[in-house]
Design a protein around this ligand. Structure first.
Ligand SMILES: C[C@@]1(CC(=O)O)c2cc3[nH]c(cc4nc(cc5[nH]c(cc(n2)[C@H]1CCC(=O)O)[C@@](C)(CC(=O)O)[C@@H]5CCC(=O)O)C(CC(=O)O)=C4CCC(=O)O)c(CCC(=O)O)c3CC(=O)O
Ligand SMILES: NC(=O)C1=CN([C@@H]2O[C@H](COP(=O)(O)OP(=O)(O)OC[C@H]3O[C@@H](n4cnc5c(N)ncnc54)[C@H](O)[C@@H]3O)[C@@H](O)[C@H]2O)C=CC1
Length: 216
C-alpha cells in the first residue's frame, strides 16, 4: 500500500527557518514563510531581486556565502533549494534530529513537501499531489480562486465573530449546532458579497434572538 503524506498547519511564530539557495525556488518558499512570524535566514552567495528587497526591509536575514553545516543550527524547517543536487544532499546530511527538511529536487528524501495554496484571510485552501504533478496542484488552486473569491475573507471573519457570539450567548448545544449550520447557508455569504455589513449583522442578530429565547 502506498504511504501518503500527512497534512498539518504549522505555527511558526518565533521559530527559525533556514532556506539554502537564493534562486527562484528559494524565493517562492521564502515568500510563503513571510507572514508566519518565523525568523527566516537565507544562506546563498546570490539572491533574486525580490529576496534582496526582503533583506533590505528586514524581513529576512541573509548569509552571503555557500552553505556550511553550522548554518543549520536550531532551525525547525530547512529548505534545500539550490541548483546543485550535491549541495542539497549535503544539507540533508547536516540535518539534526527533530528538524524537518524540504529538498527542491528530491521529494523522496524530504520530510515534507509544500502544497500550492490559495489564501483568503484566515481561509487557506491547499492542493497537493505528493510530487506527482506540482503543475496540476497550481492549476487546481487557480480554479479554486475563481470560485472562492475575495468575499471569503470578509465572510470567514464574519463567521468567526458570529461563532464567538453564539458560543457566548446560546447555551443549548442543540440550538448552537442549528445556528452554526444556518450560518453556512448562502444568504449570509450573499450579504458578505454585497458588502452590506448592516444587512449581514441584522440577519445574524435576528436569527440569534429567535433562537436564544427559552434557552435552557
Ligand atoms: C515535491 C515538491 C517539493 C517541494 O518543493 O515542496 C516539488 C518538486 C518539484 N517541482 C518541480 C518543478 C516545478 N514546480 C513548480 C511549482 C511548484 N512546486 C510546488 C511544490 C512542489 N514541487 C512539491 C510537490 C507539491 C505537490 O505535488 O503537492 C508548489 C506547488 C509549491 C511551492 O513550491 O511553493 C509550486 C506551485 C505553486 C505556485 O506556483 O504557487 C513548477 C512551476 C513553476 O515553477 O512555475 C515547476 C516547473 C514545471 C514542472 O516541472 O512541473 C520539480 C522538477 C524540477 C526540475 O525540472 O529539475 C520538482 C522535483 C521533482 O519532481 O523531483
Ligand atoms: N520544488 C520546486 O518547486 C522546484 C524545484 N526545482 C529544482 O530546484 C532547483 C533550484 O531551482 P532555481 O531556484 O530555479 O535555481 P537558481 O539557479 O535560480 O538558484 C540556485 C540558487 O542556489 C544558490 N546556491 C548554489 N550553490 C549554493 C551553495 N553551495 N550554498 C548556498 N546556495 C547555493 C545559487 O547562488 C542560487 O541563488 C532546480 O535545480 C530544480 O532541481 C525547480 C523548479 C521547481
Amino acid at each position: 500500500m502506498a504511504e501518503h503524506s500527512y497534512p498539518a498547519m504549522l505555527q511558526l511564530t518565533g521559530r527559525r527557518c533556514l532556506v539554502v539557495g537564493g534562486g527562484r525556488v528559494a524565493e517562492r518558499k521564502t515568500a510563503a514563510l513571510l507572514d508566519t512570524g518565523a525568523f527566516i535566514t537565507v544562506v546563498s552567495p546570490t539572491l533574486t531581486e525580490r529576496l534582496h528587497t526582503f533583506v533590505q526591509t528586514g524581513r529576512i536575514e541573509w548569509r552571503e556565502k555557500a552553505f556550511e553545516p553550522e548554518d543549520i543550527q536550531e532551525a525547525l524547517l530547512v529548505f534545500a533549494a539550490t541548483d546543485s543536487s550535491e549541495v542539497n544532499t549535503f544539507v540533508l546530511e547536516a540535518l539534526k534530529p527533530g528538524q524537518l527538511i524540504n529538498i527542491a529536487d528530491r521529494p523522496d528524501l524530504s520530510t515534507f513537501t509544500v502544497p500550492a495554496q490559495l489564501r483568503r484571510g484566515r481561509l487557506l485552501m491547499t492542493v497537493a499531489t505528493e510530487g506527482a504533478s506540482p503543475g496540476l496542484a497550481r492549476k487546481l488552486v487557480n480554479e479554486l480562486g475563481e470560485i472562492y473569491d475575495e468575499t471569503y475573507e470578509v465572510y470567514v471573519d464574519f463567521l468567526a465573530e458570529a461563532r464567538r457570539i453564539v458560543l457566548e450567548r446560546v447555551e443549548s448545544p442543540h440550538r448552537r449546532r442549528r445556528l452554526f449550520k444556518r450560518l453556512l447557508e448562502d444568504d449570509f455569504l450573499y450579504d458578505a458579497r454585497r458588502q452590506e455589513p448592516e444587512r449581514l449583522w441584522g440577519r445574524f442578530w435576528d436569527l440569534v434572538s429567535r433562537n436564544s429565547k427559552d434557552d435552557t
